[in-house]
Design a protein. Structure first.
Length: 117
């Protein structure tokens, strides 16, 4: 009657281990840094592996130019480049976690996993 309980306990243990690894991965991703730049380095953006923008630097000469539209475009370009690099870095880290296995939906699940929430 209770033959299947051993399998369930094993699955629960595996799930718990995976949760622990996912939390470790999120902590590791939070420490990774990626930089994007635009306008020949006049604007730089830094993001972490959790795809959060950590900071933006703007060259004073760009601010002095008063070209608001160009500044807005360069800010978006630098931030997008940093986020693209962060996504690529996070995907590489996840591939290490899964041993290179392609687990459908894992990347999406990891992107929604937030241990601080």
């Amino acid at each position: 009657m209770f033959k299947g309980l051993g399998n369930i306990a094993g699955m629960m243990k595996q799930f718990s281990e995976m949760q622990g690894r996912m939390q470790e991965m999120q902590e590791k991703l939070g420490k990774l840094r990626f930089e994007g730049s635009a306008g020949g380095g006049m604007v730089t953006a830094e993001a972490n592996g959790q795809q959060k923008i950590l900071g933006i630097k703007i060259d004073q000469t760009l601010l002095d130019s008063g070209d608001k539209e160009m500044l807005e475009d360069l800010l978006a370009a630098a931030a997008n480049q940093a986020l693209d690099k962060a996504r690529e870095g996070a995907a590489g880290e996840m591939a290490q976690l899964t041993g290179g296995l392609n687990i459908p939906g894992l990347e999406e699940a990891m992107s929604k996993f937030n241990p601080s929430a």
